[in-house]
Design a protein around this ligand. Structure first.
Ligand code: NAD
Length: 696
């Protein structure tokens, strides 16, 4: 079947894009659109043309598989197709439903008229990939929706429902009815009126306010988006829509687009985008692998994580029973969940009826027999092996065969937990991040897990709106195992001369959402303390600065107690540097005989980021992560690593492993800390001295 179907309805030709699932605009599809359009143009009986989508929408835009390849520009490229439609002597009407984004929207903008369903999702999201809409979006959009809207949509990349743009010239008709029927009717009307179809006038803005709006956007971009050249380029392109006629504006847009394609930021963002999609494909699992149906869930443990995980299920419409040994914990859990939804209603993010529907999906119980029939159980009790083993023994005895038994452990051996059951093939790690209903990352830990259970977990991740990344079994899995080395460096930096606020500032200026000390205060410093105590016993050769223990000995457990690496005012989250912490840090350096020195921000960034890179390489070499890009996804989706740097492994490969190794050997000459810390992982050695590419 052709990717574009062609039908006649009286004097109107209906071209329907049928490139499932989202009508992406790859080469074959572009060829088919142009061929159908040519057929309609050449047929003397055809007087008007309707271009419509199918399935999930009109079109979601460029084909991601063509990114960075010659195919993206191969003729007919998108600009050629749009140019042909817009130059047509017969009126062309876009019939828009569902997704209409990026190149898909630009295709619609190239038509002479547009009709849409009110809930069609309209967006120009290119900026999220460090690009600008390069097929006319920056020139046609402001002419149709005005500058203020165009600036907001193009700089944020966020989707807007068609009905919100109802009063602009973007749409000629918005209707709840079948959009193709509406478009055909609209075509008949314009033919009937016999109005010579005029090309849209080449309006240019003469409004002084538009100039002001652009200047304001420019100033704001310089302040907020300094790491994103795409934002500045979008504003330049929009300026061309004021200064130049359409044809020249399109050329200017093209030049700016070409330059953005080459920026390291866009390359990194495109890598991140593709990496996320790649993570969903599990090596060794066929695309038609059977998965189990998950219609009901239970969560064991009604603490911080249990509450968040329960909300993940509820939000996805899956009924969940929370079970805890403590009636008090269950009461509190119910209150917290109700409170979260109440706040969402108050903020206009949820309707009251949806809130009620969601709360109706929640059950709280203390008796395991009540969860015997569920399809999946997620255990989130205390991080203690014996406790978890006891819970799994119980689950094994009570819960039906074929149910998925998951643990949310952060560090423990999933296989040992599974060994407490008679069905290790059904046991898996589902490592949610706090707050579980907000954070996008879900580490899926594969023990002796069956392929079916694993595939079921991947499908669940998608259903919960998470990015699932598979990790093998090791202490800390991918994310926390790497963060431990990052934190060790951050602590050594304090011993040698830095203060928590300097380390955080340096890493945040580099792009991290949150520096390591603010992050630790948020997670609770007692959690790391607990893990370190275990390390001191199990791996005495791993050298740590003891400054974090000193902090905990002073009960500075973080935000939850109002004091940690910073102090916090009651009910507020702002981290305020605390002279008491400075004193503790200085005293600790003195106690270990280190003469403090001035540490540059660049040293802080280099040491903390390369600590992540070295452990990441080790994790990859051991096969704990299947691909370097999976490690990047973990850091981008779960640890606030700057998206425009593509994740730690992408960053390292862009730097070049030869340079990474040299930097590590230089850092190893520092007499303070752990003499073995900077021993490059064997994979880094190999990559430094061969032409192998980590990302192939
Ligand atoms: P928490 O202390 O807040 O809650 C644990 C809950 O488990 C308590 O309500 C307790 O009453 C209950 N519980 C303990 N033993 C039980 C048993 N035998 N049967 C039933 N209920 C029992 O702990 P948390 O922070 O929610 O952590 C839970 C798990 O999630 C741990 O394994 C932890 O490592 C992991 N985790 C925590 C985070 C985090 O940031 N807090 C992040 C990821 C994973």
């Amino acid at each position: 079947m052709s990717l574009v179907s062609y039908e006649r309805s009286g004097r109107v030709a209906l071209l329907r894009m049928q490139h499932s699932p989202v009508n992406s605009l790859g080469l074959e599809h572009r060829r088919a659109i142009l061929a159908a359009f040519d057929e309609a143009s050449q047929d003397p009986a055809v007087k008007a043309i309707v271009l419509a989508g199918s399935g999930r929408g009109f079109s979601a835009g460029a084909d991601i598989n063509e990114f960075g390849t010659d195919l993206a520009e191969a003729e007919p490229n998108l600009r050629t197709v749009i140019g042909a439609l817009s130059a047509s002597s017969k009126p062309v009407i876009a019939a828009i439903h569902g997704v209409c984004m990026g190149g898909g929207l630009e295709l619609a903008l190239g038509c002479h008229y547009r009709v849409a369903r009110p809930d069609a999702q309209i967006a120009l999201p290119e900026v999220k990939l460090g690009l600008l809409p390069g097929a006319g979006g920056t020139q046609r959009m402001p002419r149709l929706v005005g500058f203020e809207r165009a600036i907001n949509m193009i700089i944020s990349g966020a989707p807007v429902h068609a009905k919100k743009l109802g009063e602009t010239a973007l749409f000629d008709r918005i209707s709840e009815d079948d959009v193709v029927a509406v478009a055909l009717e609209f075509a008949d009307e314009i033919l009937h009126e016999g109005k010579a179809h005029a090309h849209r006038p080449d309006l240019r803005s003469a409004r002084a306010e538009d100039e002001g709006l652009l200047q304001f956007a420019h100033a704001r971009a310089a302040e907020r988006h300094k790491d994103q050249p795409a934002v500045a380029a979008c504003i330049k392109a929009l300026r061309a829509a004021i200064d130049l006629p359409l044809a020249q504006g399109l050329e200017r847009e093209r030049e700016l687009f070409g330059a953005l394609l080459q920026t390291p930021q866009s390359k990194a963002l495109r890598h991140a985008f593709l990496a996320e999609r790649r993570a969903a494909k599990v090596p060794g699992i066929a695309s038609d692998q059977e998965t189990r149906t998950l219609g009901s869930a239970a969560v064991i443990g009604a603490g911080t994580m249990g509450v968040g995980i329960a909300m993940c299920f509820i939000n996805a419409g899956i009924p969940v029973t929370v079970l805890d040994q403590s009636a008090e914990a269950l009461g509190k859990a119910r209150d917290r969940i109700a409170e979260t939804y109440k706040t969402a209603v108050a903020r206009g993010k949820l309707s009251s009826s949806t809130k009620e529907e969601r709360l109706a999906l929640l059950g709280t119980e203390s008796d395991y027999n009540t969860i015997a029939g569920v399809d999946i159980v997620v255990e989130a009790v205390f991080e203690d092996l014996a406790t978890k083993e006891a819970v799994f023994r119980r689950l094994d005895a009570v819960v039906r065969q074929g149910a998925v038994l998951a643990t949310n452990t952060s560090t423990l051996d999933v296989n040992r937990i599974a060994a407490a059951t008679s069905r290790p093939q059904d046991v898996i790690g589902l490592h949610f991040f706090s707050p579980a209903h907000v954070m996008r990352l879900l580490e899926i830990v594969r023990g002796e897990t069956s392929t079916e259970t694993l595939a079921t977990a991947m499908t669940l991740a998608k259903r919960l709106g998470k990015v699932g990344v598979i990790s093998g079994v090791c202490d800390g899995f991918i994310g926390n195992r790497m963060v431990e080395q990052y934190l060790r460096q951050a602590f050594f930096l304090l011993d040698e001369g830095a203060l928590p606020q300097q380390v955080d500032r340096a890493l945040e200026a580099w792009g991290f959402a949150m520096g390591p000390f603010r992050m630790s205060d948020l997670a609770g410093n007692d959690i790391g303390w607990y893990i370190r105590k275990r390390r001191y016993a199990e791996q005495p050769e791993m050298i740590y600065s003891r400054i974090a223990d000193v902090l905990c000995e002073h009960e500075r457990f973080g935000q939850k107690v109002g004091r940690g690496w910073y102090r916090y005012e009651v009910g507020k989250r702002a981290a305020i540097p605390d002279p008491e912490v400075t004193e503790l840090v200085l005293a600790h350096s003195a106690s270990i005989g280190v003469a403090r020195r001035k540490i540059e921000d660049s040293e802080i960034v280099e040491r903390c980021v390369l600590a992540l890179v070295n452990e990441g390489a080790q994790i990859l070499d051991e096969g704990i992560a299947a691909r370097a890009s999976d490690i990047d996804v973990v850091y981008l989706a779960g640890y606030g690593f700057p998206a425009h740097r593509g994740g730690p492994m992408w960053f390292a490969s862009e730097l070049g492993f030869f340079n990474v190794e040299r930097a590590m050997l230089r850092l190893a000459r520092n007499p303070h800390g752990d003499p073995d810390f900077w021993t490059p992982s064997p994979l880094i050695n190999r990559l430094a001295h061969t032409r192998a590419d980590l990302n192939r």
